[in-house]
Design a protein around this ligand. Structure first.
Ligand code: ATP
Length: 455
């Protein structure tokens, strides 16, 4: 696997990801997605929607606001509890998440520990400051990660609101609306893709942890007592989503949270870890959240969140199973999983992004062999294919260099227009991974490309 610095460089030079606000010296830990990065992100989102919503007839989509009534965050517990344990080194003034300090020191998982317990652990184990080596940490305090802002012209506490730290709450507060208007019956799920904001204490590792990121969350509502079955169902679906899109098994591991470490509202939680350059770390989480969220909103809003089963006439508040993943962590995983430097038989090095065609920024490149003779035909073919697929057109430099360029950005097929094409409407179709070429009629291209995108 490539090193993280190599990936950052690759992502920048090929137009996947740039440093945010670069011409002004940057803004720490912000990233802009360039021409290829934005295509990749879109493809990841559309693949997730395909598997978690479109191909699951129980599930629907939602696009709720980023700004929500502050009562939502009171009910969900975010105002009171959405905090990380912050400590500061008195010697160099660097700030750290105390649970991370402990985990990095001896792999101890401090999830669910009190601030005092973490502080005593740091002192008694003489954990040094990772930055200056001193043993002089300030007591730990809870730092709320919600971004505050103001609505309207007056900046007073009455107008204070928050940017959402997760997309899930927008789904919970619309549970009754969706139930009424979509005529769904339990079990059913609501999928949402959108930006979330967390004022993380220690963002970093490129796009792994940022303060602004995109989440894809499914809240699956089911009858109490059936949640274990649905938890297993969605957990399997998450793994098969990743592996069917080419993530290698050896890059994945599953971490089931032990019972004693579960959050108070959860009766099962699993994290899917990916092998990042710094070790296995969380890519995707699934939690069985009982009726905690709907109940909390029922109490706060005084609106009933009960479901009336039309067949049995039972009334209950549904249980919820929630798979939740960050788009950027998937971007990072697919790039790390696929980027390789290969040695060819000729002795040459070839950089290839082995990424599933469904996710590849460009499915095909259309290349006229000789610009003067084949550009008109190639241009028409490009316009025709671009109606259906993400395509790129390239007529500069020799054909070998153009193939290499497309390999390195993951373009799955290269279609070359040559003198034979002008005679019989056939083209060469070159496969990125095998580098094999076949001759195909232009009328068959759409079918050939579509077949590669199935997953
Ligand atoms: P972590 O332990 O890494 O802080 P978390 O357990 O708080 O993550 P969740 O609240 O479960 O994360 O969020 C669900 C998913 O959203 C995560 O699995 C991850 O893919 C993504 N995510 C969470 N925080 C960030 C972030 N700051 N930057 C990028 N992605 C994030």
């Amino acid at each position: 696997m490539v090193k993280l610095e190599e990936l950052v460089q690759y992502a920048k030079t090929n137009g996947f990801i740039y440093q945010g606000s670069e011409i002004y010296g940057g803004l720490a830990n912000t990233w802009d997605y360039g021409p290829l990065g934005s295509l990749l992100k879109n493809n990841i989102k559309s693949a997730w929607i395909a598997k978690f919503q479109k191909e699951t007839k129980e599930n629907v989509l939602l696009d709720s606001s980023i700004l929500l009534n502050t009562d939502v965050w009171k009910a969900s517990g975010h105002l009171g509890n959405f905090s990380d344990p912050l400590t500061e080194c008195r010697s160099c003034n660097q700030r750290f998440r105390a649970d991370n300090l402990i985990e990095q020191f001896d792999k101890t998982n401090a999830d669910g520990w009190s601030n005092e317990k973490m502080y005593q652990y740091i002192l008694s184990n003489k954990i040094p400051c990772p930055s200056c080596g001193a043993h002089d940490f300030l007591p730990i305090r809870s730092f709320n990660m919600m971004f505050q802002t103001y609505q309207g012209v007056v900046m007073d506490s009455a107008n204070q609101i928050y940017l959402r730290p997760e997309t899930a709450q927008g789904i919970f507060i619309n549970f009754k609306n969706i139930l009424r208007t979509s005529r769904k019956k339990i079990p059913f799920g609501v999928c949402q893709v959108g930006k979330s904001f967390r004022n993380e204490i220690t963002p970093g590792n490129f796009v792994f942890r940022t303060r602004e990121f995109e989440q894809m969350e499914l809240e699956f509502f089911c009858k109490p007592g059936t949640e274990k079955k649905w938890f297993n169902y969605w957990r399997e679906k998450m793994v098969s989503f990743l592996t069917s899109l080419g993530i290698k098994n050896e890059n994945l591991s599953l971490y089931d949270h032990p019972k004693e470490a579960l959050s108070h509202y959860s009766n099962a939680t699993t994290d899917i870890h990916f092998k990042f350059p710094w070790g296995f770390d969380e890519l995707w989480g699934i939690a069985s959240r009982t009726d905690f969220d709907l109940k909390a909103h029922q109490t706060q809003s005084k609106e009933s969140m009960e479901y009336l089963d039309p067949e049995t006439n039972e009334r209950y508040i549904p249980y919820v199973v929630e798979p939740s993943v960050g788009v950027e962590r998937l971007v990072l995983s697919f790039l790390l999983n696929g980027l390789e430097m290969e040695k060819l038989d000729s002795g040459e090095d070839r950089q290839v992004l082995h990424i599933h065609p469904r996710l590849a920024p460009y499915k095909v490149a259309v290349l006229p062999l000789v610009k003067k003779e084949h550009a008109n035909y190639a241009n028409d073919l490009y316009l025709e294919l671009a109606k259906t697929f993400d395509c790129i057109y390239d007529e500069t430099q020799n054909i070998g260099k153009r193939y290499r360029r497309q390999d390195s950005i993951g373009t799955y097929l290269c279609i070359t227009v040559d003198h034979q094409t002008l005679i019989d409407d056939t083209v060469t179709v070159r496969n990125r991974d095998s580098m094999e070429q076949i001759r195909a009629h232009v009328g068959d291209l759409k079918r050939i490309i579509e077949e590669t995108m199935i997953f």
